[in-house]
Design a protein around this ligand. Structure first.
Ligand SMILES: O[C@H]1[C@H](O)[C@@H](O)[C@H](O)[C@@H](O)[C@H]1O
Length: 634
């Protein structure tokens, strides 16, 4: 694979550079270093100044012009070409710098890099994050918060429910049922959410999820029966499943590509923050009569806020283009990329149109069916599917959520009376390390953080497994008790290593799977991410509904050893199948996955892209390069 060439890029000996320009996006900077072409480029600089900069620049490539033309056509999109502006800029910045820069880099042709949903080719410059994008991201990621809060509060609620349902204490089986109902609801809705988002729109689906949250919460708050509580959790689960899939999709579609990856992690930050707040509120309300009802009731606030905000906010431009509502697409793009010229926006819309017609079909059902077929038959898509579903499966089957959902119960069992307070530390660790991931996901790389996180999780689980052996938990029917009362040294070991587990989990597998959209090209993304999200919820469901039974049947030691084994196997899976994707373009991801998982090639490419970005960052900084005008060539 390392001998394969990545389309869109030149041979090794040509300097290629991806860079984040100080005022804009990532670019691919193609440079030519032969001296004849240098001369030609100099003499053609004027042509670019007359508004024919695109072709002027291409011609100026002299002996390489054919190559250049080919490259200009490669992505079939439009190119930004900066020629004379750069020359002038560099001239003005001091002749030595200019000379040196040209000697080293020659003419620079700035070519937009296709982003993960392949839609942001046109709008590149001066697109700082507009307040509008901040608002949209903020409102959409309330779904992340609700996902976190609603899955998080159950741990404390299960403890404080006491005899409030059916006038009897909940059995382990009841607790599993109540917890698993949300995962089941989320699983069901996530299967349809990807398609529903294309049919009805992202925003209406998120608003529908708000209704589910409200109905689910009210059913729970008023519950005096076990079955009613379970039904409420199920309905709430419908909302969680829709939100978990669509919020990152919505954010991805409105975000400028330079920050798209990070904005997705922001959704995860809200998620883990929601869980943390749920534990915080839970701890405060454990001793309050009917405190769990207040806990559920609090979830209504963000739901109502999100619903109300969406009444005044639009859907994504991509969705409007899909529906043929180009006026709305135009408006949203204008508001998102303030100050961008009309023709640039129009080109963007043209591009979105092009991308939306790529999968044929007589009607919508036929298109969906064809999409499913392509997803399974196109090797690169299928590998993407294996990775996306594999990551989501690993995230769940390594047991984190069972610890989260039942941490209160576990900590009670090992002797902590204020178990909710201990749970805050566990979910706080999850939140803090998600923040760490936010900062290092691009720098260290996804594959590396996974390969640090999973072995760390394995080790922590092994220690917990051993500690549980010494603590000696016995089960009597549905009750668990420790042989020696009060909390012991081994109890502390368990708590410490569950925290260590949380840290390693959040560092990698807790966050990376939600970057799933980058694995799929746009035309199979909805269904591909539906598969992956459904895998996530299946795992969550299986683990939530079997964890306490596992504790009883194979003992806590066996349960933790089982999770440790799965983490170890998962490490091997990641090692063999997950290429490094940070800094890579969509085409590159697809190309990497074309004839295998190509780990080595992906690592080399990712490293190269990083070096290039660093180089150019440095140069641009020194030269204070700021493009002043953009020329678009078709
Ligand atoms: O990424 C999230 C996060 O790690 C949460 O803590 C967990 O509860 C979810 O299941 C997972 O999808």
């Amino acid at each position: 694979m390392s001998r394969n060439r990545i389309p869109m890029f030149r041979d090794e000996d040509e300097l290629e550079t991806s860079a984040a320009l100080q005022n804009g996006e990532r670019f691919d900077l193609d440079t030519i270093s032969d001296s004849q072409s240098l001369h030609n480029r100099h003499s053609s600089a004027g042509a670019g100044a007359n508004g024919a900069g695109g072709s002027g620049s291409a011609e100026s490539l002299g002996g390489n012009s054919q190559d250049s033309d080919d490259k200009l056509k490669l992505d079939g999109m439009h190119q930004h070409v900066f020629s004379h502006e750069l020359d002038d800029e560099l001239h003005n910045s001091g002749s030595n710098d200019y000379k040196e820069f040209l000697e080293n880099n020659d003419r620079i042709r700035i070519k937009p890099v296709n982003d993960e949903d392949d839609t942001s080719v046109i709008i590149n410059f001066n697109q700082g994050i507009s307040p509008f994008i901040v608002i949209l991201t903020f409102v959409a990621s309330i779904s992340g918060f609700l996902f976190g809060y609603d899955t998080g509060y159950i741990s404390s609620a299960l403890i404080s429910i006491g005899n409030d349902l059916d006038n009897r204490p909940l059995t382990y089986g009841d607790k599993e049922f109540i917890t698993a109902a949300t995962s089941l609801g989320a699983l069901i809705s996530s299967i349809f959410a990807g398609t529903a988002a294309d049919v009805f729109g992202r925003k209406p689906c998120l608003m529908f999820s708000n209704l589910m949250f409200v109905v689910g919460a009210i059913v729970q708050i008023t519950a005096h029966k076990f079955w009613q509580m379970t039904a409420g959790r199920l309905v709430m689960g419908f909302g969680v499943g829709i939100g978990s899939l669509i919020a990152p999709l919505y954010i991805g579609e409105i975000a400028p590509r330079k920050i798209r990856g990070r904005l997705t992690v922001i959704n995860s930050l809200w998620l883990t923050g929601g869980q943390l707040i749920a534990y915080g509120c839970g701890a405060g309300l454990t001793k309050v009569n009917n405190g769990w009802r207040i806990l559920v009731g609090l979830s209504l606030i963000p739901t109502v806020v999100q619903f109300t905000c969406f009444l005044f906010l639009p859907d994504t431009p991509r969705y409007y283009v899909m529906k043929g509502d180009y006026d709305m697409a135009n408006k949203v793009l204008h508001r998102s990329y303030t100050g961008t010229a009309d023709d640039v926006i129009n080109l963007k819309i043209e591009e979105l149109k092009e991308l939306n017609t790529s999968i044929p079909g007589k009607n919508r059902m036929h298109v969906i069916w064809n999409t499913i077929k392509i997803l399974h038959t196109e090797p690169s898509h299928f590998r993407a599917l294996i990775i996306a579903c594999g990551l989501q499966g690993i995230q769940q089957f390594t047991g984190w959520n069972s610890l989260l959902y039942f941490s209160g119960t576990i900590f009670e069992t090992v002797g902590f009376s204020n178990s909710s307070a201990v749970s805050i530390i566990v979910s706080g660790t999850n939140f803090i390390f998600t923040l760490v991931t936010f900062f290092c996901i691009d720098k260290i790389g996804r594959r590396k953080i996974l390969l640090i996180g999973l072995p760390g999780m394995t080790a922590a689980l092994v220690v917990c497994s051993i500690a549980f052996h010494f603590i000696g938990i016995k089960f009597d029917g549905n009750d668990a008790y420790v042989e020696h009362s009060g909390f012991s040294g081994w109890g502390i070991v368990i708590i410490v290593f569950i925290i260590v587990f949380a840290a390693f989990y959040a560092l990698g597998i807790g966050t990376v799977p939600w970057q799933q959209s980058e694995l799929f090209p746009q035309n199979v993304r909805g269904i591909g991410t539906s598969y992956a999200t459904a895998t996530n919820w299946t795992g969550s469901l299986v683990i939530a509904s079997s964890f306490l039974t596992m504790l009883q049947n194979i003992t806590p030691t066996g349960t933790f050893a089982f999770f440790a084994g799965l983490s170890a196997i998962s490490t091997v899976f990641i090692y063999l199948c997950y290429p490094e994707l940070s800094g890579l373009e969509l085409e590159e991801v697809q190309y990497i996955l074309k004839d295998g998982f190509n780990i080595k090639a992906s690592e080399e490419l990712a490293k190269k892209r990083k070096q290039q970005a660093d180089n150019v960052d440095q140069k641009l900084h020194t030269l204070k390069f700021e493009p002043t005008q953009e020329i678009i060539e078709e």
